[in-house]
Write a protein that binds this ligand. Structure first.
Ligand code: SF4
Ligand code: SF4
Length: 379
């Protein structure tokens, strides 16, 4: 099945980076050596030409595993200079900016590095500290782990709940714009098996196995699953922390059980496991990010990558310290520090690296639809 997208979508002027992807894909489409690698190559072989929407779609299908760069006989220093992971990464950053809501905030993606997230965390720390001092609260008092002696539960629930809803609405609107753009070239709609297949690929981080199952390339030609493993620690660590907060909210509102919860309680166990995952995963990813081969990925994305990893580390370290020292006089300051990092994270959700998981999931959903249709047509 060849998808003739140009019949449906008007031709638009490509950016320089998109043009580079198009040229590289045209070489790949003639070569096809990497046909058995990740989802990008089956998607590519279904096309004879590449529109801007195709390029946005395939850039977000690429998991930046590096396998096709290390396998490529046309990679630099060859005169063709084919570097698929790099050109895809450059366009990925453009798509995040292009589909950001509000559009004028798109440029923030390039700025959410370690300096910005640190500055935001310090700013929120100072604001909250000022609020607590103005309230006359003893910062070094002993509160037996009762966080709500520092900030009232309802205040935290309304503040963080409203920011959380707002940023997810903005992120959702951006993903909807992206989906609308790339799904125009799907003649049929999404079906349940597509959602199941895409969910499986997302939850297992399938294409961080290089497509051949052996893993990514990091600093050399060796394959390794280590990046996939650290991604799993990070992703499931985050989901466990989210589950801990959700369970604690249900305890509070539906069971009338007030924090602090015992170390053996479900919210604390989930939070401890999640926080540990969010330390192991980001440390590993930061190490790999620093060590990676210079031809991998896009230098312009590195600040965003490192800023996000650093922020996750700040959240998990302050969260676990808060848990460990909640019965001491350091509790109030640790709580303020943790909340400041969480607020920074929330506000950067639609304009930082966190968004990449959602763009990639949308691309994987489209890929699942295309694969199903291709199988149907080949019968
Ligand atoms: S990345 Fe290189 S080896 Fe792989 S299909 Fe493209 S041109 Fe061929
Ligand atoms: S996921 Fe890996 S193999 Fe696939 S296009 Fe990206 S870098 Fe190449």
């Amino acid at each position: 099945m060849n998808i003739k997208a140009n019949n449906i979508i008007p031709v638009v002027q490509l950016t320089e980076n998109e043009e580079q992807v198009k040229q590289a894909l045209q070489i790949c489409n003639a070569c096809r050596y990497c046909e058995t690698f990740c989802a990008v190559f089956p998607a590519m072989t279904k096309r004879l030409e590449f529109t801007q929407a195709d390029i946005h779609y395939m850039a977000n299908l690429c998991h930046n595993c590096g396998a096709c760069l290390h396998a490529c006989q046309y990679a630099p220093p060859h005169e063709f200079g084919v570097n698929i992971p790099q050109v895809m990464a450059q366009v990925r950053l453009e798509t995040y900016q292009k589909f950001a809501v509000p559009a004028s905030f798109g440029s923030i993606y390039k700025k959410t590095g370690i300096s910005l997230v640190s500055a935001m965390s310090v700013l929120f720390f100072l604001i909250m500290l000022g609020g607590v001092l103005l309230n006359g609260t003893n910062l070094l008092g002993l509160y037996q782990g009762d966080f709500y002696a520092i900030f009232r539960h309802n205040f935290l629930a309304v503040l963080f709940g409203s920011v959380f809803i707002l940023v997810f609405v903005l992120l959702g609107l951006g993903i909807a714009k992206f989906w609308k753009r790339i799904s125009k070239i799907i003649p049929e709609g999404v079906e349940q098996p597509d959602i199941l297949q895409a969910s499986k690929n997302v939850l297992t981080l399938k294409y961080l196995d290089g497509g051949h199952g052996k893993g990514c390339n990091e600093e050399d030609d060796r394959y390794t699953q280590i990046r996939r493993v650290f991604h799993h620690f990070t992703m499931y660590g985050f989901l466990l922390c989210f589950a801990a907060t959700s369970v604690a909210t249900m305890y509070h509102y539906f069971l009338g059980l007030q924090a602090p919860y015992a170390y053996s309680s479900l919210p604390v166990i989930l939070g401890t496991l999640g926080g540990s995952g969010l330390i192991i995963g980001p440390i590993g990813l930061l190490y790999l990010n620093i060590k990676r081969h210079p031809l991998h990925g896009d230098v312009k994305q590195k600040p965003m990558d490192r800023g996000f990893i650093f922020l996750l580390l700040l959240i998990s370290v302050t969260g676990l310290l808060l848990l460990a020292f909640r019965d001491t006089s350091a509790m109030a300051l640790l709580l303020i520090a943790h909340l400041a990092t969480v607020m920074t994270f929330f506000l950067t959700i639609p304009f930082g690296k966190f968004a990449h998981g959602f763009y990639r999931s949308a691309a994987l959903l489209k890929f699942a639809v295309e694969e199903r249709i291709a199988k149907h047509h080949s019968k």
